[in-house]
Write a protein that binds this ligand. Structure first.
Ligand SMILES: C[S@@+](CC[C@H](N)C(=O)[O-])C[C@H]1O[C@@H](n2cnc3c(N)ncnc32)[C@H](O)[C@@H]1O
Length: 298
């Protein structure tokens, strides 16, 4: 991140972004705090050094630095730990992105609550001003917040009640009344057919599933295996001109693969669409961040 990029983000009321990325991890600014995600002790030392150089160059001092080890196995993931700073301060904080407020929690688990690589996709969704948004795998509902602020009715679905409660909190932080906004604890794959049976239609749909998951009833989700089932079911509730955000962190998908598989689904459901590859945020170098694609249904 250059000083000019940092200044442009601050001018746009964005206080959460990547400060630096490397093969051993990355450094994120989260308001007054910093979190370092690292793969080894040597990488942590290098990232801390890079942070010190940047802070000295920009005359900025982080209030606290958290460090999050990235294990190769998901089951070994733990919450970030405080590396330096005041241990008596709360683990929660609020950051802004384009003036929108999001609550983060360093004590809530492996992820703090906002995926910074989706910043430009959130901005794009907001600019589209959809009337009805379906946000699947919604996590803390950041996509729902931006759509709601643009006037949309929203439906956010996630397996995790805790994540949706954090989503509700994000609505409160932005003074969005709950009217017209639904938060549904369910398996996306089970909810989509119910929505279709009720004749519900949406103008924008976010499909940003994890690589693997298992729901309370034991149903296994695996993006590589179930991608077509998900998109096919989503197309059943896609209104004409619906914008569908396809997003995955699975390394088996690049943009070309996403588009090829999406085209196959569209054909199978007799829909046509245009495909638009989003511009990556400048703080995310190639190979960092989710693979995403906008599918603009005709
Ligand atoms: C990658 S995060 C989504 C991030 C979100 N799109 C955002 O930008 O903040 C994955 C989320 O999917 C949820 N999840 C996993 N499997 C699910 C399923 N089968 N149905 C609904 N939600 C699921 C998890 O609880 C988690 O909150």
């Amino acid at each position: 991140m250059t000083a000019a990029q940092g200044e442009a983000l601050s001018a746009a009321e964005t206080t959460a972004y990547r400060l630096g990325s490397g093969p051993g991890g990355w450094v994120e600014r989260l308001g007054e705090d910093v979190i370092i995600s690292y793969k080894s002790d040597a990488a942590l030392a290098e990232l801390l050094q890079g942070l010190a150089v940047q802070c000295a160059a920009y005359g900025w001092q982080a209030r606290r630095v958290f460090a999050r080890f990235m294990p190769t196995k998901n089951a070994e993931r733990v919450s970030p730990v405080l590396h330096n700073g005041d241990a008596t301060l709360p683990l929660t904080t609020v950051v802004t992105e384009a003036g929108i407020r999001y609550g983060l929690d360093m004590g809530a688990g492996y992820s703090h609550g906002l995926f910074l690589d989706q910043r430009l996709n959130r901005a794009r969704l907001r600019a589209m001003k959809p009337k009805r948004l379906l946000n699947t795998f919604a996590y803390t509902c950041s996509f729902s917040v931006v759509a709601a602020l643009a006037g949309a009715e929203t439906l956010s679905v996630d397996l995790s009640r805790k994540s949706l409660d954090r989503g509700r909190h994000n609505f409160e932080l932005n003074e969005i009344a709950e009217t017209g906004h639904r938060f549904v604890v369910d398996d996306t794959m089970e909810l989509l057919p119910k929505l279709a049976a009720r004749g519900e239609q949406f103008d924008a749909i976010v499909l940003d599933p994890p690589t693997f998951s298992r729901s309370a009833n034991g149903r296994r989700w695996q993006v590589e295996q179930h991608f077509e089932d998900l998109l096919g079911a989503a197309l059943e509730v896609a209104a004409p001109k619906c914008a569908i955000l396809l997003s995955t962190n699975c390394t088996k998908f690049d943009t070309a693969t996403l588009e090829r598989r999406a085209r196959w689904c569209a054909k199978a459901r007799r829909r046509t669409a245009d495909y638009e590859k989003p511009v990556a945020p400048p703080d995310f170098p190639p190979g960092h961040g989710a693979t995403t694609l906008w599918m603009m249904v005709r």
